[in-house]
Design a protein around this ligand. Structure first.
Ligand SMILES: Nc1nc2c(c(=O)[nH]1)N[C@H]1C(S)=C(S)[C@@H](COP(=O)(O)OP(=O)(O)OC[C@H]3O[C@@H](n4cnc5c(=O)[nH]c(N)nc54)[C@H](O)[C@@H]3O)O[C@H]1N2
Ligand SMILES: Nc1nc2c(c(=O)[nH]1)N[C@H]1C(S)=C(S)[C@@H](COP(=O)(O)OP(=O)(O)OC[C@H]3O[C@@H](n4cnc5c(=O)[nH]c(N)nc54)[C@H](O)[C@@H]3O)O[C@H]1N2
Ligand code: SF4
Ligand SMILES: [Mo]
Length: 738
């Protein structure tokens, strides 16, 4: 190796030789790449711009993409390691078929396809079309999301399609539609930088959307006040002006009491309320008895802090409210969301510069993937599958009769219940690992054991795939062209950097071949992703999520285009509602009265401690991808039980002692991590691990009645210290990439 500058050597020593270091002289320590591809990180909804370095059809490193406007080159720990998946030794390279119930053998593509189509036909002929279901996910592009929706309805002819956004974005989506008639965050994030007050509710931004922190810090530098609502002193809360240490499951009481206090002090925008909204009076009547004292009792937050939060919010000229799964993963997730929106509407802080409101979208394409027919009751453009006009329009685009279009099906967890009942006998999935990510996963596993046939498309053998009869080796983010829609609502280009390795194929080609073999080939004739996108544009035309005016060329030219973009000459819409014409039937924003109610499970004598679950910075979702990247594993190798010293002392729990956590669903053991940054009545477990380490052995299948999101964020548990220290984290070298 040539002698490196000291600076380069230090960086390589710290991060390993895979980190590209490219000073002016060229690519030191490695060969010049064959090409540099501007694309996006495959992980969270920020969809940070990144340049992938490609050598011999392999992704070998990355460079920052300084020009991409949202992240301007910044990346988080997952972003800088994402490139290690493309030629990871665990990649699935051949189709696999289950043999004798004990393992898998590689088979030809033809055999895997034939077996799958035979089983689909057998199950549908014996039990009806809806007995074969599909589950999908939104780490995939808009083109693939759209294709999945059409594939399920037109090729499989089943009504039972749902997606992993059911565990993620649906409470926010339902709340947004009720209030605004449209489901998208209201602004691009640069609007945060000059907001006077920022309130972040149930979003661990520094760990889950690290690059978004930049825009919050910009605001702080400009003098903004930051309010954080979270049962834990999350990293963002450590720099906040006010931390509201809420008892999990009580957000709607907080927002109701804040609204009541705004009314009492008349910190309201009467002009906005009178001219641009409906439902104000019923909404404030609903909370008229929600005093600060009452809210303190319910939420556990000191009443003075609630008053201060309301005062800062009420008196500010500009403000931004952000929330994520902390308030949405609840059996009243939609109500919590609407409680937040009521505060935004009462003060008229929307549709103006530096004023906004947004749910922070979770998965890479959590925004686009929830718009194009991926949901059990939805058609492209965020159309309603129960609406006769919407059905007719989409049937026309797809070249089928309206009567051939199936109706609404089961949501993700309901689909598991339907498998248990024997209504659903077969399943195909892609981009979803339900055995880890659905609640009450012992029950979910039993469902997978009952299926007569299960096929999956993935690039790694995830835990659910171990139950599959056929596994199709699919493609990574950088192995196909397409678009994604970022959390901001910006439609951007994902560029194919390499072709899938070995005998793996693109997800799209797998779906297209299955469609053809199911006899629907004439409805699925696309030469490339752009052709699918062009059909999606037409399908979305006139819907609330209107992409008609967005083309690949326009995206390239403008570094992304914000939807809605209804015509080719339309510039896109970075900030929604500037014209105060909301997407509801009456054109107004809707207040919604929210009465407080308890979460599905409350603590009692037997289960006296609140359990909540979530994420850590170095792991991603079910961990299929990040548990295979050594440096990310090292950063947080195993799930720990976060517990406050006072609660630990009550049970005599010591640091790293194994603690059995028991709920009404099951039990699991975790090493204790005693920290002062959590409420004294609450414990927290991250959920990225499988089997005996899975937090979802404990969580309930309680669903929000509207959005059907599971209540991941609150249940009641018992703690039993086991009197022994946890062994050191397992040696995970086998899964490591380096
Ligand atoms: N590192 C990393 N980043 C990710 C992901 C990942 O897996 N890992 N996943 C991506 C995806 S898909 C998503 S959905 C997002 C999720 O992003 P977040 O929603 O930020 O992540 P969570 O950890 O699920 O929950 C956020 C916070 O909610 C708090 N909380 C728990 N209960 C309550 C409550 O009742 N009320 C309030 N106000 N807060 C509560 C928790 O303490 C936690 O800090 O992250 C995205 N980014
Ligand atoms: N207890 C608890 N449970 C939770 C949560 C929580 O906070 N607490 N959060 C919930 C949330 S918000 C979410 S979003 C879900 C996520 O849950 P999942 O969607 O099950 O998690 P992923 O890890 O994304 O699993 C997706 C699978 O898709 C594969 N994959 C990724 N990209 C592609 C692609 O482009 N093509 C193909 N073919 N496959 C791909 C990955 O390899 C992985 O095997 O978990 C939920 N579960
Ligand atoms: S913030 Fe999200 S999109 Fe950006 S680098 Fe990290 S994981 Fe990737
Ligand atoms: Mo999510």
């Amino acid at each position: 190796m040539a002698t490196l500058p000291v600076e380069a050597e230090k960086i390589i020593e710290q991060f390993g030789p895979h980190l590209n270091f490219a000073p002016k002289e060229g690519y030191i320590g490695r060969d010049e790449p064959d090409k540099v591809v501007e694309t996006h990180c495959c992980f969270c909804g920020m969809q940070c711009g990144i340049k992938l370095l490609v050598k011999n059809n392999k992704v070998v490193g990355f460079d920052p993409w300084m020009e991409f406007p949202f992240n301007e080159g910044r990346l988080c720990p997952k972003g800088v390691q994402r490139y290690l998946q493309n030629n990871h030794r665990d990649r699935l390279l051949e189709p696999l078929q289950r043999v004798g119930g004990v393992g898998f053998k590689p088979v030809s593509w033809d055999a895997a396809m034939e077996k799958t189509v035979l089983e689909i036909k057998r199950i549908q002929q014996s039990y009806g079309n809806d007995a074969f279901a599909m589950l999908s996910g939104v780490s995939i592009t808009n083109e693939k999301s759209y294709l999945v929706g059409k594939f399920a309805r037109v090729a499989l002819k089943t009504r039972n399609l749902d997606y992993n956004g059911r565990l993620c974005m649906v409470s926010a989506g339902a709340g947004n539609k009720k209030a605004f008639g449209l489901d998208r965050g209201s602004n691009n994030y640069s609007d945060l930088s000059k907001a006077e007050v920022i309130m972040v509710c149930g979003a661990n931004v520094s760990e889950t959307f690290p690059t978004l922190t930049h825009w919050i810090w910009q605001a702080r530098d400009n003098g903004a006040k930051l309010i954080v609502v979270d049962p834990r002193v999350i990293p963002l809360a450590r720099t906040a002006d006010l931390h509201l240490d809420i008892r999990p499951g009580t957000d709607s009481a907080l927002y109701g009491a804040m609204l009541n206090y705004l009314v009492e002090k008349d910190w309201l925008d009467h002009d906005f309320i009178n001219n641009h909204t409906t439902g104000f009076q019923q909404t404030i009547d609903a909370v008229k008895d929600y005093s600060l004292e009452w809210a303190e009792m319910v939420t556990g937050i000191a009443k003075e802090k609630i008053a201060t939060a309301a005062e800062w919010w009420g008196k500010a000229a500009t403000s931004f409210l952000l929330h994520a799964r902390g308030i949405e993963h609840h059996s009243k997730g939609v109500e919590n969301v609407l409680g937040c929106i009521n505060l935004v509407l009462a003060t008229g802080r929307i549709g103006k510069p530096y004023c906004g409101y947004a749910t922070i979208t979770g998965q890479g394409n959590g925004q686009g993937g929830r718009e194009h027919g991926h949901k059990c009751d939805q058609l492209p453009g965020n159309r309603d599958i129960n609406n006769p006009e919407h059905r007719k329009y989409i049937a026309g685009v797809w070249g089928i009769e309206e009567s051939e279009l199936p109706g609404a099906g089961y949501t993700a967890y309901e689909l598991i219940e339907a498998i248990h009942r024997g209504e659903i006998k077969g399943l195909i999935s892609l981009c979803f690992n339900p055995l880890i990510s659905l609640p009450n996963n012992n029950y979910v596993r039993e469902a997978f054991e009952k299926l007569e046939f299960y096929a999956t498309i993935d690039f790694f053998l995830n835990e659910t795939a171990r139950h599959a009869d056929i596994i199709f080796p699919g493609s990574l983010h950088e192995e196909e062209d397409g678009t994604v829609t970022t959390a901001e609502g910006r439609v951007t280009r994902i560029r194919q950097a390499v072709t899938p390795p070995g005998n793996a194929r693109t997800d799209t080609s797998i779906l297209l071949e299955l469609a053809a073999r199911l006899g629907a080939g004439d409805k699925f004739r696309y030469k490339n992703s752009e052709e699918i996108f062009n059909e999606l544009r037409v399908a979305s035309k006139g819907g609330t999520a209107d992409y008609y005016g967005i083309t690949y060329e326009k995206i390239e030219k403008n570094m992304g285009v914000f939807w809605p973009c209804p015509s080719l000459d339309h510039p896109g819409t970075p900030r929604l509602w500037e014209d105060k014409k909301f997407a509801t039937a009456d054109g107004k924003a809707h207040f919604n009265p929210i009465l407080y109610r308890d979460p599905g499970e409350v603590v009692d004598g037997t289960y006296p401690v609140v359990l909540t679950t979530g994420r850590v910075v170095s792991q991603y979702l079910s961990g299929t991808q990040t548990r295979r990247i050594g440096k990310l594993v090292n950063q947080y190798p195993e799930p720990l039980l976060e517990i406050h010293p006072v609660l630990a002392a009550k049970y005599g729990i010591r640091q790293r002692e194994l603690v059995k956590v028991i709920t009404r669903r099951g039990e699991a053991e975790f090493p204790a991590n005693i920290v002062e940054t959590i409420r004294q009545d609450t414990v927290f477990i991250p959920y990225h691990w499988p089997g005996k380490k899975s937090a979802n052995q404990l969580t309930p299948g309680t669903l929000d009645p509207i959005s059907k999101i599971p209540e991941f964020k609150v249940c009641a548990c018992q703690l039993v210290p086991l009197g022994k220290e946890a062994p050191p984290p397992e040696e995970t070298q086998a899964h490591r990439s380096l």
